[in-house]
Ligand binder design. Sequence first.
Ligand SMILES: [Fe+2]
Ligand SMILES: [Fe+2]
Length: 264
Amino acid sequence: MTRLLFIGDIMGSAGRKAVAGHLEELVDRERVDFVVANVENAAGGFGITAEVLAELEAYPVDVWTTGNHVWDKKEGVPLLDAHPALLRPANYPDGNPGRGWCIEETAAGVPVAVVNLQGQSLMPPIDNAFRKVDEVLEAIRNARPEVCLIIVDIHAEATSEKQAMGWHLDGRVTAVLGTHTHVPTADERILPQGTAFQTDVGMTGPYESIIGMKPAKVLERFLLNTPRPFEPAKRDIQLRGALIDADDATGKATAIKRVTVKAK
Ligand SMILES: [Fe+2]
Ligand SMILES: [Fe+2]
């Protein structure tokens, strides 16, 4: 059995504080073998930087996923080519920096593939994630036929599209976990063919906020219908994610549990 932990969008300094204060203890307590964390908002809510990634690398995370915000900090984009375990969604058109999947190993030597995808509904237009993931699974099979454990981050806005990805991949991957909305859903389950699924695992960051930002400026945007600078919130910090138990031989999930750690 391998126990996987998947952490939702780490949001700004508050999200990094949650990781710094609680991840190591959580990994020890739950005997986690492999950790994936989404860092698209890790640098002030928008993208990543070398400094922020270096800070987060002090903690036990094996693979970093991202999403639409990964491009926000120009200085962060070259990291996508330089860092083999930092992913961007696989269905951005070919020719962009970085990669959309990778294979890393647990301390016990069990290989785990991680695939990063992005939805098309209510998101910037990119390639079809459903067609792309079929290609990626084929590429993983060709690269390392022994890989059984596969985790998919579906970074998308529409709940329907994320659930559709769960059913598209049911029985073919270990887990399909949603990110991007910053709001955890209460629908974690094992689909009929053995794939763990949760529509969105939620943000790791400040919950006294509107999806991670201080409410006042966001409200102004809704009231005035013109752009306002947003400021990351700082209060009610929580680490959110999902814990998945998987059978190493079949790659199927046997359990999925929501994780909430409230920062002290
Ligand atoms: Fe996000
Ligand atoms: Fe996003």
